[in-house]
Design a protein around this ligand. Structure first.
Ligand code: NAP
Length: 339
């Protein structure tokens, strides 16, 4: 294995952010690459994912995933090419999806790596439209919100990785009306003109409640929440009797330094008999085969479209993450690390 690289760069969290993370909270460090042990593989990461949930892992609080350690490598979804393998069924040259991102090279247990075929889809798609965000959209709409044909669906964060797929799946499954909100005029245009939403608005243009009522004068049956806060309150007002809310994310409050207020109209949940349910994508792994089959067929037929924002170079990884929190991405934010 003498020709294998001995060191590689990796991002460490060096201070826990208070409010918006600052570049000084992170350090890009050169680290030794251990030789893969029995059952392990050495992977050259070609793409890594930066995701909103990673902000929560920067805090030292108990949650459904442990916090990132200080002065150690961060982790997250990544895909790469196998350079060396001691794992059965995985050969050098294979491409694998795994959980040790934020670094150029990763030594991964073969049992924690899934093979990905670059001939079936571009590698980055396994981190987005055919990966974790895609399954979140699919399961959050179809399983958690119990979507039914004829439902009117509102999704926030609608030009992002999860939201853009929620709206399109709703359309393809026979929604009566699909409404989306996003943070720029270009994104709003994309939702209507390319993704086939019936209506969309820029939440920065005015009160969400007013814009939603205008876009959905007859009300909504399902709200897919990626944002929380003002969006959630507006959706509760617009939901019809027996409406359902999938609480997928609340990105509007991930950098809050004070506890955020609850929707002021929460009592409407009673009279309207609303169902509000949180979700974690990992609970829905059983849906993956059906999700891959259905979504890849829609991509092939051109019925489902997706965008990615690709930032080049591991040195720009933190900027890509912060840019995603600021809304600089359209679709999945990906960091390309080279071959
Ligand atoms: P994304 O939507 O591709 O990127 C994040 C987007 O959030 C930004 O592009 C920005 O778009 C929007 N945003 C940022 N601050 C905002 C604010 N204050 N108000 C409204 N929008 C804001 O990210 P994603 O990966 O698809 O994730 C979307 C949501 O799903 C997140 O809340 C995430 O935590 C959640 N999620 C949950 C699960 C789960 O299992 N529960 C899994 C995956 C993702 P604009 O330009 O439109 O502002």
């Amino acid at each position: 294995m003498s020709e294998l690289p001995k060191t590689g760069r990796e991002w460490h969290l060096v201070a826990r952010p208070h409010g918006w993370p600052k570049p000084e909270d992170f350090a890009l460090r050169e680290a030794a690459i251990p030789e893969p042990g029995p059952g392990q593989i050495l992977v050259r990461n070609t793409h890594m994912s930066v995701d909103p949930y990673m902000r929560g892992r920067m805090n030292d609080v108990k949650s459904y995933v442990p916090p990132f350690p200080l002065d150690g490598p961060m982790d997250g979804g990544a895909i790469g090419r196998v350079l060396a393998s001691n794992a059965e069924g995985i050969q050098p040259g294979d491409h694998v999806l795994h959980g040790l991102g934020w670094r150029e090279y990763a030594v991964v247990d073969g049992a924690h790596a899934a093979k990905a075929d670059p001939d079936l889809a571009p590698l980055s798609a396994y981190l987005g439209v055919l990966g974790m965000p895609g399954l979140t959209a699919y399961s959050g709409l179809l399983e958690v919100a119990s979507f039914e044909e004829g439902d009117a669906v509102f999704v926030s964060g609608a030009a992002g990785a999860v939201g853009s797929q929620v709206g399109q799946i709703a359309r393809l499954k026979g929604a009566s009306r699909v409404i989306g909100s996003a943070g720029s005029a270009d994104k709003v245009k994309l939702l209507v003109e390319e993704y086939g939403f019936d209506a969309a608005f820029n939440y920065k243009d005015g009160p969400v409640a007013e814009q939603l009522k205008e876009a959905a004068p007859d009300g909504i049956d399902v709200y897919f929440d990626n944002v929380g806060g003002e969006h959630l309150e507006a959706a509760i007002s617009s939901l019809k009797v027996h409406g359902r809310i999938t609480v997928c994310g609340m990105i509007a409050q991930y950098n809050a330094t004070e506890p955020t207020p609850a929707p002021r109209n929460l009592a409407l949940v009673i009279g309207k008999r609303l169902r509000m349910q949180g979700m974690l994508v990992n609970d829905h792994a059983a849906l993956r085969p059906r999700f891959i089959e259905e979504v890849s067929a829609w991509i092939r037929s051109g019925e489902l479209k997706y965008r990615e924002t690709v930032v080049e170079g591991i040195e720009n990884g933190v900027e890509a993450f912060l840019g995603m929190l600021r809304g600089e991405n359209t679709g999945k934010m990906i960091v390309a690390l080279g071959d």
